[in-house]
Design a protein around this ligand. Structure first.
Ligand code: DX5
Ligand code: ZN
Length: 219
C-alpha cells in the first residue's frame, strides 16, 4: 500500500510538568502532527486541558496541531481553539448538538474539519458528512483515557470508512485513535488508516521518541 502514513503523538501521555520540552522532543523525533486531546469531564469521564495550553505550546513547533475535542456542547469553543493555533479540529458526532453545523463552522474558520466516531457509533453516521470533512477519526478505544486496549471490532469500521473516503475521490485523512502500538498500527493500516494517533506507545514506552515513532511506521 503506497498511501503515506502519518504519526500523530498524543501529548495526553506526555509529562505535563515538562510539556514544552516534550513537544519539542516529539517534533525533533519525527512526529508528523501533534495530537491534542481536549476533555471536559462531561462528554468523557476525564479532564485534560483547554485552549490556553494549546496557545502556550503553539510557538514550540511548526507541525500541524490536530485538536481532538471531546467536549459537549462543542460549538461555543471552536473559535477559541482556532485562535489558539489549531490547524485541524475534530468533533464527535454526538457532541454537537448539530454536527453538520459544527463541521461547517470549523471550515469557515479556515481549518481542516474532522469528525470522530466512538466505538459504538456506526460508519453510517458519515453518510451526510463525508462530503464536508477533511478527516475522519475512528476511535479504537472509548474516549477519555490513554493507555487502553485497542478494540479489534473497529477494524471493520476502518475498512468501511476507507471505502467511503475512496468513493469521494477527495483527500480525507483516516485517523485511528486509541491503543496503537506496532502490532495494532499494522492492522489499522491494513484496514485503511493513514494517520496513527499514539500516546502511550510514544511517551510511555521508555527509550527514545524517534525509535518509538519509527516503530509505528510500516516496514
Ligand atoms: C483517548 C484519546 C487518545 C488517547 C491515545 O480519549 O483520544 O488520543 O490519548 O492514547 P493511547 O495511545 O495511550 O491509547
Ligand atoms: Zn485523541
Amino acid at each position: 500500500m503506497s498511501r503515506p502514513i502519518r504519526i500523530a503523538p498524543s501529548i495526553l501521555s506526555a509529562d505535563f510538568a515538562r510539556l514544552g520540552d516534550e513537544v519539542r522532543a516529539i517534533d525533533e523525533a519525527g512526529a508528523d502532527w501533534i495530537h491534542l486531546d481536549v476533555m471536559d469531564g462531561h462528554f468523557v469521564p476525564n479532564i485534560s486541558f483547554g485552549p490556553g495550553v494549546v496557545r502556550a505550546i503553539r510557538p514550540l513547533t511548526a507541525k500541524p496541531f490536530d485538536v481532538h475535542l471531546m467536549i459537549a456542547p462543542v460549538d461555543a469553543y471552536l473559535d477559541a481553539f482556532a485562535q489558539a493555533g489549531a490547524d485541524r479540529i475534530s468533533v464527535h458526532v454526538e457532541a454537537g448538538p448539530h454536527i453538520h453545523r459544527s463541521i461547517g463552522h470549523i471550515g469557515s474558520l479556515g481549518l481542516k474539519a474532522g469528525v470522530a466516531l466512538n466505538p459504538g457509533t456506526p460508519a453510517k453516521m458519515l453518510d451526510y458528512l463525508i462530503d464536508l470533512v477533511d478527516q475522519v477519526i475512528v476511535m479504537t478505544v472509548n474516549p477519555g483515557f490513554g493507555g487502553q486496549h485497542f478494540i479489534g471490532s473497529q477494524l471493520k469500521k476502518i475498512a468501511a470508512v476507507r471505502k467511503m473516503i475512496d468513493a469521494t475521490g477527495r483527500d480525507i485523512a483516516l485517523e485511528v485513535d486509541g491503543g496503537i502500538d506496532a502490532a495494532t498500527a499494522a492492522r489499522a493500516i491494513d484496514a485503511g488508516a493513514d494517520v496513527l494517533v499514539a500516546g502511550t506507545s510514544v511517551f510511555g514506552a521508555g527509550g527514545d521518541y524517534a525509535a518509538n515513532i519509527a516503530r509505528l511506521r510500516p516496514a
